[in-house]
Write a protein of this length. Structure first.
Length: 238
Protein backbone atom coordinates (compact mmCIF):
# COMPACT_ATOMS: atom_id res chain seq x y z
CA UNK A 1 0.00 0.00 0.00
CA UNK A 2 2.79 2.36 0.92
CA UNK A 3 4.58 1.60 -2.38
CA UNK A 4 1.37 2.37 -4.26
CA UNK A 5 1.00 5.69 -2.48
CA UNK A 6 4.63 6.60 -3.24
CA UNK A 7 4.06 5.70 -6.89
CA UNK A 8 0.96 7.90 -7.06
CA UNK A 9 2.84 10.81 -5.47
CA UNK A 10 5.64 10.43 -8.00
CA UNK A 11 3.14 10.39 -10.89
CA UNK A 12 1.43 13.52 -9.55
CA UNK A 13 4.79 15.32 -9.20
CA UNK A 14 5.89 14.27 -12.68
CA UNK A 15 2.54 15.36 -14.13
CA UNK A 16 2.91 18.71 -12.39
CA UNK A 17 6.42 19.13 -13.78
CA UNK A 18 5.19 18.27 -17.28
CA UNK A 19 2.36 20.79 -17.00
CA UNK A 20 4.77 23.45 -15.74
CA UNK A 21 7.23 22.71 -18.57
CA UNK A 22 4.36 22.77 -21.06
CA UNK A 23 3.12 26.14 -19.80
CA UNK A 24 6.65 27.58 -19.84
CA UNK A 25 7.07 26.38 -23.42
CA UNK A 26 3.78 27.87 -24.59
CA UNK A 27 4.53 31.20 -22.88
CA UNK A 28 7.92 31.35 -24.59
CA UNK A 29 6.29 30.51 -27.93
CA UNK A 30 3.63 33.21 -27.46
CA UNK A 31 6.29 35.79 -26.64
CA UNK A 32 8.34 34.78 -29.68
CA UNK A 33 5.35 34.99 -32.04
CA UNK A 34 4.43 38.41 -30.60
CA UNK A 35 8.00 39.67 -31.12
CA UNK A 36 8.07 38.41 -34.70
CA UNK A 37 4.69 39.99 -35.42
CA UNK A 38 5.83 43.28 -33.87
CA UNK A 39 8.97 43.19 -36.03
CA UNK A 40 6.93 42.56 -39.18
CA UNK A 41 4.50 45.39 -38.39
CA UNK A 42 7.33 47.77 -37.52
CA UNK A 43 6.21 51.40 -37.36
CA UNK A 44 2.75 50.48 -38.71
CA UNK A 45 1.67 49.43 -35.21
CA UNK A 46 1.58 51.60 -32.09
CA UNK A 47 0.82 48.73 -29.70
CA UNK A 48 2.41 45.44 -28.74
CA UNK A 49 0.66 42.37 -30.19
CA UNK A 50 -1.00 39.98 -27.74
CA UNK A 51 -0.75 36.29 -28.71
CA UNK A 52 -2.42 33.29 -27.08
CA UNK A 53 -1.85 29.67 -28.11
CA UNK A 54 -4.61 27.43 -26.76
CA UNK A 55 -4.89 23.69 -26.32
CA UNK A 56 -3.08 21.17 -24.10
CA UNK A 57 -0.51 19.79 -24.21
CA UNK A 58 1.36 22.39 -26.24
CA UNK A 59 4.53 20.32 -26.57
CA UNK A 60 2.59 17.57 -28.34
CA UNK A 61 1.05 20.14 -30.69
CA UNK A 62 4.39 21.69 -31.58
CA UNK A 63 5.93 18.25 -32.11
CA UNK A 64 3.10 17.37 -34.49
CA UNK A 65 3.30 20.83 -36.13
CA UNK A 66 -0.44 21.35 -35.67
CA UNK A 67 -1.74 24.02 -33.27
CA UNK A 68 -5.35 23.83 -32.08
CA UNK A 69 -6.06 27.56 -31.81
CA UNK A 70 -4.08 30.81 -31.94
CA UNK A 71 -5.59 34.19 -31.08
CA UNK A 72 -3.94 37.52 -31.87
CA UNK A 73 -4.86 41.08 -30.89
CA UNK A 74 -3.09 44.20 -32.12
CA UNK A 75 -3.99 47.84 -31.48
CA UNK A 76 -3.20 50.88 -33.58
CA UNK A 77 -2.32 49.18 -36.87
CA UNK A 78 -1.76 51.36 -39.94
CA UNK A 79 -2.94 49.82 -43.20
CA UNK A 80 -3.10 51.03 -46.79
CA UNK A 81 -6.57 51.59 -48.22
CA UNK A 82 -6.79 52.76 -51.83
CA UNK A 83 -3.41 54.53 -51.53
CA UNK A 84 -4.44 56.23 -48.26
CA UNK A 85 -2.99 55.44 -44.85
CA UNK A 86 -5.75 54.20 -42.55
CA UNK A 87 -5.39 53.52 -38.83
CA UNK A 88 -7.18 50.42 -37.57
CA UNK A 89 -7.97 50.93 -33.88
CA UNK A 90 -7.92 47.23 -33.07
CA UNK A 91 -7.47 43.98 -34.98
CA UNK A 92 -8.54 40.62 -33.49
CA UNK A 93 -8.04 37.27 -35.19
CA UNK A 94 -8.58 33.65 -34.16
CA UNK A 95 -6.94 30.94 -36.26
CA UNK A 96 -7.83 27.28 -35.80
CA UNK A 97 -6.03 24.08 -36.80
CA UNK A 98 -2.82 25.85 -37.76
CA UNK A 99 -0.40 23.67 -39.76
CA UNK A 100 3.31 24.48 -39.40
CA UNK A 101 5.92 23.61 -42.03
CA UNK A 102 9.28 24.70 -43.52
CA UNK A 103 11.07 24.41 -40.19
CA UNK A 104 8.24 26.36 -38.48
CA UNK A 105 8.66 29.24 -40.94
CA UNK A 106 5.27 28.70 -42.60
CA UNK A 107 1.84 28.63 -40.94
CA UNK A 108 -1.52 27.99 -42.62
CA UNK A 109 -4.80 28.02 -40.68
CA UNK A 110 -7.55 25.66 -41.73
CA UNK A 111 -9.99 28.44 -40.81
CA UNK A 112 -9.74 31.91 -39.32
CA UNK A 113 -12.12 34.63 -38.16
CA UNK A 114 -11.62 38.13 -36.84
CA UNK A 115 -12.74 41.73 -36.57
CA UNK A 116 -11.25 45.09 -37.41
CA UNK A 117 -12.45 48.14 -35.46
CA UNK A 118 -12.21 51.61 -37.01
CA UNK A 119 -13.06 54.68 -34.97
CA UNK A 120 -15.10 57.40 -36.66
CA UNK A 121 -12.12 59.76 -36.44
CA UNK A 122 -9.95 57.28 -38.33
CA UNK A 123 -12.73 56.53 -40.80
CA UNK A 124 -13.02 60.28 -41.47
CA UNK A 125 -9.29 60.39 -42.27
CA UNK A 126 -9.81 57.57 -44.75
CA UNK A 127 -12.53 59.58 -46.51
CA UNK A 128 -12.00 62.45 -48.95
CA UNK A 129 -10.68 65.75 -47.61
CA UNK A 130 -13.30 67.68 -45.67
CA UNK A 131 -15.56 64.67 -45.08
CA UNK A 132 -16.56 63.77 -41.51
CA UNK A 133 -17.99 60.40 -40.52
CA UNK A 134 -19.84 59.86 -37.23
CA UNK A 135 -22.49 57.77 -35.56
CA UNK A 136 -25.93 58.38 -37.00
CA UNK A 137 -28.08 56.66 -34.38
CA UNK A 138 -30.82 54.19 -35.19
CA UNK A 139 -32.67 54.09 -38.49
CA UNK A 140 -36.46 53.73 -38.63
CA UNK A 141 -35.91 49.97 -38.84
CA UNK A 142 -33.76 50.03 -35.68
CA UNK A 143 -30.46 49.47 -37.44
CA UNK A 144 -27.35 51.45 -36.45
CA UNK A 145 -26.23 53.85 -39.17
CA UNK A 146 -23.47 56.36 -39.85
CA UNK A 147 -23.76 60.06 -40.58
CA UNK A 148 -21.52 61.59 -43.24
CA UNK A 149 -21.04 65.36 -43.44
CA UNK A 150 -19.16 67.32 -46.10
CA UNK A 151 -18.83 70.71 -47.70
CA UNK A 152 -20.12 70.32 -51.27
CA UNK A 153 -20.01 72.74 -54.19
CA UNK A 154 -23.55 72.54 -55.58
CA UNK A 155 -24.46 73.44 -59.17
CA UNK A 156 -26.68 76.49 -59.63
CA UNK A 157 -25.79 77.69 -56.11
CA UNK A 158 -22.38 79.11 -56.91
CA UNK A 159 -20.85 78.26 -53.55
CA UNK A 160 -20.07 75.34 -51.26
CA UNK A 161 -22.67 74.31 -48.71
CA UNK A 162 -22.46 71.75 -45.90
CA UNK A 163 -24.66 68.70 -46.28
CA UNK A 164 -25.17 65.66 -44.07
CA UNK A 165 -26.56 62.29 -45.10
CA UNK A 166 -27.16 58.96 -43.43
CA UNK A 167 -25.16 56.21 -45.07
CA UNK A 168 -24.98 52.45 -45.16
CA UNK A 169 -21.58 50.84 -44.61
CA UNK A 170 -20.95 47.59 -46.44
CA UNK A 171 -18.15 45.45 -47.86
CA UNK A 172 -17.64 44.35 -51.44
CA UNK A 173 -15.21 42.03 -53.17
CA UNK A 174 -13.96 40.67 -49.86
CA UNK A 175 -11.45 43.50 -49.42
CA UNK A 176 -13.31 46.81 -49.79
CA UNK A 177 -15.25 48.96 -47.29
CA UNK A 178 -17.99 51.04 -48.94
CA UNK A 179 -20.10 53.99 -47.73
CA UNK A 180 -23.25 54.80 -49.70
CA UNK A 181 -25.83 57.48 -48.82
CA UNK A 182 -29.30 56.02 -48.30
CA UNK A 183 -31.00 59.22 -49.43
CA UNK A 184 -29.68 62.56 -50.69
CA UNK A 185 -31.51 65.79 -49.75
CA UNK A 186 -32.41 68.00 -52.70
CA UNK A 187 -31.95 65.14 -55.15
CA UNK A 188 -34.80 66.41 -57.34
CA UNK A 189 -32.70 69.43 -58.31
CA UNK A 190 -30.65 68.59 -61.42
CA UNK A 191 -27.01 67.82 -60.59
CA UNK A 192 -27.41 68.03 -56.79
CA UNK A 193 -27.48 64.31 -56.01
CA UNK A 194 -24.50 63.64 -58.31
CA UNK A 195 -22.44 66.42 -56.69
CA UNK A 196 -23.22 65.25 -53.15
CA UNK A 197 -22.64 61.57 -53.86
CA UNK A 198 -19.34 62.34 -55.59
CA UNK A 199 -18.11 63.83 -52.31
CA UNK A 200 -19.82 61.64 -49.73
CA UNK A 201 -20.08 58.18 -51.29
CA UNK A 202 -16.71 56.43 -51.26
CA UNK A 203 -15.03 53.05 -50.96
CA UNK A 204 -11.61 52.02 -49.70
CA UNK A 205 -9.84 48.79 -50.59
CA UNK A 206 -7.82 47.32 -47.71
CA UNK A 207 -4.48 46.02 -48.96
CA UNK A 208 -2.28 43.26 -47.53
CA UNK A 209 -4.93 41.00 -46.02
CA UNK A 210 -3.52 37.50 -45.40
CA UNK A 211 -4.18 35.18 -48.34
CA UNK A 212 -7.48 33.40 -47.82
CA UNK A 213 -8.94 36.00 -45.43
CA UNK A 214 -11.89 38.05 -46.71
CA UNK A 215 -13.95 40.91 -45.29
CA UNK A 216 -17.53 39.76 -44.74
CA UNK A 217 -19.72 42.48 -43.22
CA UNK A 218 -19.69 45.80 -41.38
CA UNK A 219 -21.64 46.87 -38.32
CA UNK A 220 -21.90 50.46 -37.09
CA UNK A 221 -21.56 51.08 -33.34
CA UNK A 222 -21.60 54.22 -31.22
CA UNK A 223 -17.79 54.50 -31.22
CA UNK A 224 -16.92 53.25 -34.70
CA UNK A 225 -17.48 50.44 -37.17
CA UNK A 226 -16.60 46.75 -36.79
CA UNK A 227 -15.58 44.88 -39.91
CA UNK A 228 -15.76 41.10 -39.59
CA UNK A 229 -13.55 38.80 -41.64
CA UNK A 230 -13.24 35.07 -42.19
CA UNK A 231 -11.58 32.55 -44.44
CA UNK A 232 -10.23 29.04 -44.96
CA UNK A 233 -6.72 28.01 -45.84
CA UNK A 234 -5.45 31.33 -44.46
CA UNK A 235 -1.73 31.90 -44.92
CA UNK A 236 -0.47 33.38 -41.64
CA UNK A 237 3.27 33.22 -42.33
CA UNK A 238 5.69 32.11 -44.99
Amino acid sequence: MRALRIGLVILVVLAGLFVAADRIAVNLAEDEVAKKLKSQLGSTSSGDPSVSIEGFPFLTQIAGKDLDKVTVEVEGVTATASDRQVRLSKVNMTAEDVKLSDNYGSAVADRATGTVHLSYADLSKAADDGVRVGYGGKSTSGKDQVKVTASVALPLVGRAVERSVYSTVSVSGGDTVRLHADKVPGSKVPGVEEAIRKKIDFEREIDSLPDGLKLEKVEATKDGVDVSMAGTGVNLAG
